[in-house]
Ligand binder design. Structure first.
Ligand SMILES: NC(=O)c1ccc[n+]([C@@H]2O[C@H](COP(=O)([O-])OP(=O)(O)OC[C@H]3O[C@@H](n4cnc5c(N)ncnc54)[C@H](O)[C@@H]3O)[C@@H](O)[C@H]2O)c1
Length: 447
């Protein structure tokens, strides 16, 4: 589908929902002005660290192709020179590449640094960039442990620089619809929430093939993946978490396999392994990863049954919020379908949403909703999405960051506090599982 068409339908969605409900149309785009950043009279100079799949596509190729009128890519940095060289060509960038981050900042003098490295290095680059005078846009998760989180919060305060966390899930159509319904108070005050997230045997398994399978890199799926879900819940509820209790098990991947190898490409069990994944059929991945292996030894198609995998695939978390709302959350990573159920219990009724991301049957909508009023009627409706890039969310979020489409009526812009509060639920859950006790958020970080 041509990009223009998607763009229009997504913007139409926004203007027909929250914006229209509040009687405001979105403003025309204004060149060189960022909604979350300050107004600048020239193009914003951007440097990017971490030229993997996310960095080179969403924050590389897309920015260069779609936003060159308002920004300029001035430098790229990565520890893997082969990957970085390929990524530069793939993006269509002409800027210099650097192995040394500080050198890149000194030589290219960016206004803003985009951080898209492996999760455990976000904090290092966020802090360095702010200390060297740059604003920062970082991919989720903000950081992978409480010490890094504190360092980021402190550095932002002392440098006065601006940090944006790119929670693209806030911009997906169903998440916006849930926010609008809760803001309308149709089901009264929220008292508790049931939130069940399912990763399927394809996408879920992919985390166990990559660096994500190790707590030391990803902080576990409770941080790497659930940061999205905890952020959504904090944002939906306009609430801050206070206490967390969690359970976690590794029941399918890692040591549970009855056979294993180093990687799929050379695996002797190709024919019988249900999780066999053929990276050689993907030219982009071959260039980005396999042809760059000689530099860092990273295997993108590593075995999901490696014994060293130390994250969980089966997780349950209870969260208590400052306003007495409680959430019961689960994340399972080897399900036959992907998506989520969320149910909000309110003083006047209940909102149920079933969101479909992938499943082995046909669905009419991307999300089905039911609102049931206490002592009253129940109504249902569905919503759909035509967009690509996380259901169009990436594009709408980038318009918000780099252009000025109007006021942020749903409060979708996210900063360091949002980034911190979402990872702190995951970090507290991880510590709760490790220490077999509930944890207070205030035990981890001074917010
Ligand atoms: N919001 C979303 O929907 C979304 C989707 C995918 C990924 N992400 C995030 O984007 C980030 C990148 O993920 P990815 O899938 O592209 O991973 P990836 O493994 O493809 O890329 C990571 C890159 O970081 C580089 N790197 C690792 N350590 C480094 C260091 N110390 N200094 C400089 N570079 C270093 C690697 O060489 C690699 O090129 C992650 O933080 C991930 O959570 C977000």
């Amino acid at each position: 589908m041509p990009k223009k068409k998607k763009e229009i339908s997504r913007r139409e969605f926004l203007s027909s929902s929250a914006y229209a409900a509040l009687g405001m149309a979105s403003l025309p785009l204004m060149k060189s002005e960022s909604l979350w950043g300050k107004t600048v009279e020239r193009k914003i100079n951007i440097a990017l660290v971490g030229t993997g799949v996310r960095g080179s596509s969403t924050w590389g190729k897309t920015l260069i192709e779609e936003y060159s009128d308002v920004l300029e890519m001035v430098g790229l940095c990565d520890i893997n020179p082969k990957r970085m060289e390929y990524a530069r060509r793939y993006m269509g960038a002409t800027c210099p590449i650097f192995a040394d981050f500080k050198q890149m900042i000194k030589e290219t003098k960016p206004d803003t640094v985009i951080v898209t490295t492996t999760d455990c290095f976000h904090a290092k680059y966020i802090c360095l960039a702010m200390e060297m005078g740059c604003d920062v846009i970082t991919e989720k998760p903000l950081a992978t442990d409480e010490k890094m989180c504190q360092e980021i919060l402190d550095t932002e305060k002392t440098t006065g620089k601006k940090l944006t966390v790119t929670f693209n899930y806030r911009f997906s159509p169903e998440a916006e619809k849930i926010k609008e319904i809760l803001m309308s108070k149709e089901i009264g005050e929220i008292t508790s929430v049931d939130f069940n997230y399912y990763l399927d045997i394809y996408h879920g398994a992919s985390y166990f093939r990559r660096w994500h399978g190790f707590k030391q890199f990803s902080g576990s799926l409770l941080v790497h993946k659930a940061t999205h879900h905890f952020d959504l819940m904090n944002w939906w509820l306009s609430a801050e978490p206070v206490e967390v209790n969690a359970y976690g098990e590794l029941r399918k991947y890692g040591h549970n396999g009855s056979f294993r190898s180093a990687r799929c490409m050379s695996c002797p069990y190709k024919e019988k392994c249900e999780y066999f994944w053929d990276i050689t059929t993907n030219e982009h991945y071959m260039n980005l990863y396999v042809k760059a292996e000689s530099e860092d030894g990273y295997l993108r198609d590593a075995c999901v049954f490696r014994k060293k995998i130390n994250i969980w695939d089966t997780m349950n978390v209870q969260v208590q919020y400052h306003n007495r709302v409680t959430m019961s959350y689960s994340l399972n990573a080897f399900m036959p379908y992907e998506g989520y159920f969320v149910g909000f219990n309110g003083t006047k009724g209940r909102l149920d949403a079933r969101v479909y991301h992938s499943q082995p049957w046909k669905v009419e909508n991307m999300a089905d909703f039911r609102i049931t009023h206490n002592f009253g009627q129940s109504k249902t409706f569905g919503i759909s999405s035509e967009g690509s890039g996380h259901w169009g969310a990436d594009q709408v979020m980038q318009d918000r960051i780099f252009r000025n489409p109007g006021p942020d009526l749903l409060g979708q812009g996210a900063g360091s506090r949002d980034g911190a509060l979402s990872i702190l639920i995951g970090i507290a859950a991880r510590r709760s599982i490790e220490q077999e006790r509930p944890l207070k958020i205030e035990e981890l970080v001074m917010l």
